[in-house]
Design a protein around this ligand. Structure first.
Ligand code: FAD
Length: 320
């Protein structure tokens, strides 16, 4: 079923969903099941699976010299989606990137997904690769997520590349398309107004809902929803939530995700006496965030699990 149909069916009730990331290459599918099995009691209608393009690493050669190599550390997004749908009977939402894909690659990937009965995708640009200062698309790939959304929308209308048009209704895809939104603006964007202009472009190209970057101050989410509505963006906006439970995350989360941490959260984490107390402080913060978002009518709470099901389980138990 389409993600937006779940929202409609819920009639104002706040749903729950989770995001998992593929295991490192060589890891097993069991790691995903170990994360998700304890979370299925909360009945998520859909589960997102992230996509990780190839990245540059330095590999040691037998001679002792290091050489730059391009590898995919976390392959398997599509297979994991199929396995999730098979095991749990819920919808899986693969993330699909502009980065690393030509338009042809994208079309082929979407055909595969359609045949697997995947009905939802989260369309993203992807980040610049390590050692590249800015995002560089493939030759004949997409520059921005809005272009990717347009290609998916065209396929939903039966329009394929190479001037091919679907000859019968059954060969049209029917993807519900999610896109990313940034309550603290995307870090490359000069200001929120410009960022929202491009979010609107994604919706006009055919996107059906937005999932936000993580945030730790709910006011940022509420202000973002207001700004979107004022800008004429009227699709559901799903808050993305991640518990901050470790000391090093006080530096890594702002650095990697370009979000602010409220003073009170920083104080709670730094004042905690040991690892378990820090985890509890992060869980309590995320519970408070979740409860308020639920009370104020968020369509769904989307938790970034990062393989840590016990923390997410503790939060979901208090909220649902
Ligand atoms: P876009 O919407 O294309 O925007 C990128 C930047 O370009 C923004 O600053 C925007 O304002 C600007 N812009 C957009 N259109 C135009 C235009 N026409 N002209 C000029 N400027 C423009 N990354 C992964 O690699 N894998 C994942 O699985 C993944 N999942 C994610 C899930 C969520 C919910 C979120 C919030 C992010 C995720 N990311 C993932 C990270 C994402 O790929 C990065 O944040 C990336 O830098 C931007 O992607 P986007 O789709 O928001 O890009």
């Amino acid at each position: 079923m389409r993600v937006t149909d779940y929202f409609e069916q819920a009639k104002g009730k706040t749903l729950i969903s989770f995001e998992v990331l593929p295991p490192l290459k060589g890891g097993s599918m069991q790691a995903i099941f170990d994360t998700l099995d304890p979370l299925m009691e909360f009945k998520p209608p859909f589960i997102d699976v992230t996509y990780h393009r190839e990245e540059y690493v330095y590999k040691r050669r037998p001679s002792g010299f290091y050489e730059k190599a391009s590898i995919r550390k976390r392959p398997g997004t599509v297979g994991i989606c199929a396995a999730i749908m098979h095991r749990y009977g819920v919808d899986a939402v693969p993330h699909l990137l502009c980065g690393g894909f030509t338009r042809q690659d994208t079309e082929n990937a979407l055909i595969d997904l359609g045949f697997l009965d995947v009905q939802n995708v989260l369309a993203l640009r992807g980040d610049a690769r390590k050692f590249e200062g800015k995002f560089i698309p493939e030759k004949d790939g997409h520059d921005y997520a809005s272009d990717l959304v347009e290609q998916i929308s065209n396929m939903n209308k039966g329009i394929y590349l190479d001037d091919l048009t679907a000859t019968d209704e059954a060969s049209k895809t029917n993807f519900c398309i999610g896109v990313a939104g940034y309550p603290e603006k995307h870090f490359e964007s000069p200001n929120m107004e410009i960022d929202l202009r491009y979010v609107k472009k994604k919706i006009e190209a055919g996107a059906n809902y937005i999932v936000t970057q993580m945030f730790f101050d709910n006011e940022k989410y509420f202000a973002y929803v207001d700004a979107c509505r004022k800008a004429g963006i009227d699709v559901p906006i799903v808050p993305g939530l991640k518990p901050l439970t470790k000391l090093y995350q006080l530096n890594s989360i702002p650095r990697l995700f370009h979000v602010d941490l409220p003073d009170d959260l920083v104080s709670a984490i730094t004042a905690a006496k040991n690892g378990e107390a820090r985890r509890q402080a992060g869980i309590e913060w995320c519970i408070a965030q979740s409860q308020e978002l639920k009370e104020r009518g968020a369509p769904c709470l989307h938790y970034y699990t990062m393989g840590d099901s016990s923390t997410i389980q503790a939060i979901a138990k208090s909220v649902y």
